[in-house]
Write a protein that binds this ligand. Structure first.
Ligand code: ADP
Ligand code: DP6
Ligand code: CO
Length: 366
C-alpha cells in the first residue's frame, strides 16, 4: 500500500468515488420481515425506479491511510455507523474487495489492505429524508454501489442487490432501472433474496410519474418499526402476504409485460390501500397518510370512474406523499393542472411543493 516506486510510502493520498442512485416506489409493497437482521421479507414486491435526475442520492466514498475510523455524513450531518445495517453492508463489501491501482496518483491498494483501511462516506438526498419517499432505498443502494466501485468489487448487480437489502429492504430494488421485482427467496442465509429486473426503463416509457409532496417532515414511525409492529399484531398482514400478494405479483407482472394500464392502475391502487389498511390494523395503529392524502385518493378515484379507462394510478409509501402514475403525457398534463388547481402550492393545506417527473409536461396541456 502507498506510493508506487517510492521507498517512503506517502500516506497523504485520498481515493474517492462518487455515485448516484435513484429511489424506487413499490407498486406491490414490501411490508414485514421474516428475518430482522438479514432483512428477509414475508412477500415478493414490485417497484418502479424513478428518474435519477429528480429523486436521487449522491454518495461519495473515500479511503485514505490517514482515516482512523469509518465515518459517515448524511445531508451534511455526521451519523453513527454503529447500527447493524451499515456494518452489514460495509462487511459484505469489504470481504469482496480487490486490488485497486491509480497510476496517476501513484496509489496501489492490495486486496488484503482493505481490512486495515477506513472509509469516509458523504451522502446527500435531493429529496426529503425519512418522509415516505424511499430515502432508505436510494441511500443504501448508493452506499453499496459507491463502496463496491471504490473497492473494485466484481460482483454482478443481483449479488450487490442482496447486499443493499441488508441496509434497507427496499434498497435492493434501486440497483436496477425500470420495473423491478424483489424475490423473497427461500434460503435461510438470504442468498436468494434479491432484485431482478422485470423490464427496462424503455419498455413502458409512455408512463409519467408525478410526486405530490404533501409533507416533507420526518415520519413519526420509521418503516422498520412500523412493519415490525404490523408483523407482531396485524392479522390482516398475514392474510395479505399469504393470500393476496402472491396473486397480485403474477397479475402485476402480466400488466407490466403487456403494458395494460387499466390492470396496472387497479393493482397499484388496491395494493397501496391494503398496505395502509394493515397499518391501521396494527396495534397501536399507524397513520402514514393524512387528510390531504385521503383527499387526493378520493379525487383520483372520481376521475378514474368518470373516464372510460383509468387515467391515473396512485400509491403511497410509509408517509403522506402521493406518487401518481399517468398512462401518458397528455393525461399527466391534465393531472398536473388539476392538482395545482385543487391543491395549490405553497399553501397551508400541507401540500407544500411538487416534484415533477418531467417539467415539460405542463407545456403539453394544450
Ligand atoms: P424512507 O421512507 O425515507 O425510506 P425510512 O424510515 O425507511 O424512510 O428510512 C429512513 C432512514 O434511512 C434514515 O433515517 C437513514 O438512516 C437512512 N437513510 C436515508 N438516506 C440515506 C442515505 N443517503 N444514505 C444512507 N442512509 C440513508
Ligand atoms: C412502504 O425498505 O424502508 O416503502 O427494510 O426496514 O429498511 P427496512 O424498510 P424499508 O420499507 C419500505 C416499505 C415501503 C414499501 C416498499 O418499498 O416496498
Ligand atoms: Co425506507
Amino acid at each position: 500500500m502507498g506510493e508506487m516506486g517510492s521507498e517512503e510510502a506517502n500516506k497523504n493520498w485520498v481515493l474517492m468515488v462518487t455515485a448516484q442512485c435513484p429511489t424506487n416506489i413499490a407498486v406491490i409493497k414490501y411490508w414485514g420481515k421474516r428475518d430482522e437482521s438479514l432483512i428477509l421479507p414475508i412477500n415478493d414486491s414490485i417497484s418502479v425506479t424513478l428518474d435519477p435526475q429528480h429523486l436521487c442520492t449522491t454518495t461519495t466514498a473515500a479511503v485514505s491511510p490517514t482515516f482512523d475510523t469509518d465515518k459517515m455524513w448524511l445531508n451534511g450531518k455526521e451519523i453513527s455507523l454503529a447500527g447493524g445495517r451499515f456494518q452489514s453492508c460495509l462487511r459484505e463489501i469489504r470481504s469482496r474487495a480487490n486490488d485497486v491501482e491509480d497510476q496517476e496518483k501513484g496509489i496501489c491498494i492490495k486486496k488484503q489492505d482493505w481490512d486495515k483501511l477506513h472509509v469516509h462516506i458523504a451522502s446527500f438526498n435531493n429529496f426529503p429524508t425519512a418522509a415516505g419517499l424511499a430515502s432508505s432505498a436510494a441511500g443504501f443502494a448508493c452506499l453499496v454501489y459507491s463502496l463496491s466501485k471504490l473497492m473494485n468489487v466484481k460482483e454482478e448487480q443481483g449479488k450487490l442487490s442482496a447486499i443493499a437489502r441488508q441496509g434497507s429492504g427496499s434498497a435492493c430494488r434501486s440497483l436496477f432501472g425500470g420495473f423491478v421485482k424483489w424475490v423473497m427467496g427461500n434460503e435461510a442465509d438470504g442468498s436468494d433474496s434479491l432484485a431482478v429486473q422485470l423490464a427496462s426503463e424503455t419498455h413502458w416509457d409512455d408512463l409519467v410519474i408525478i410526486i405530490a409532496v404533501v409533507s416533507s417532515r420526518e415520519k413519526e414511525t420509521s418503516s422498520t418499526t412500523g412493519m415490525r409492529d404490523s408483523v407482531e399484531t396485524s392479522p390482516l398482514l398475514l392474510y395479505r402476504s399469504k393470500e393476496v400478494v402472491p396473486k397480485r405479483i403474477v397479475q402485476m407482472e402480466e400488466a407490466i409485460k403487456t403494458r395494460d394500464f387499466a390492470s396496472f392502475a387497479k393493482l397499484t391502487c388496491a395494493d397501496s390501500n391494503q398496505f395502509h389498511a394493515t397499518c391501521l390494523d396494527t396495534t397501536p395503529p399507524i397513520f402514514y397518510m393524512n387528510d390531504t392524502s385521503h383527499r387526493i385518493i378520493s379525487y383520483m378515484e372520481k376521475w378514474n370512474q368518470f373516464e372510460r379507462t383509468p387515467q391515473v394510478a396512485y400509491t403511497f409509501d410509509a408517509g403522506p406523499n402521493a406518487v401518481l402514475i399517468a398512462p401518458n403525457r397528455k393525461a399527466a398534463a391534465l393531472l398536473l393542472q388539476r392538482l395545482l388547481f385543487y391543491f395549490p402550492p405553497p399553501s397551508d393545506t400541507e401540500l407544500s411543493s411538487f416534484v415533477i417527473g418531467d417539467k415539460s409536461i405542463l407545456e403539453d396541456a394544450g
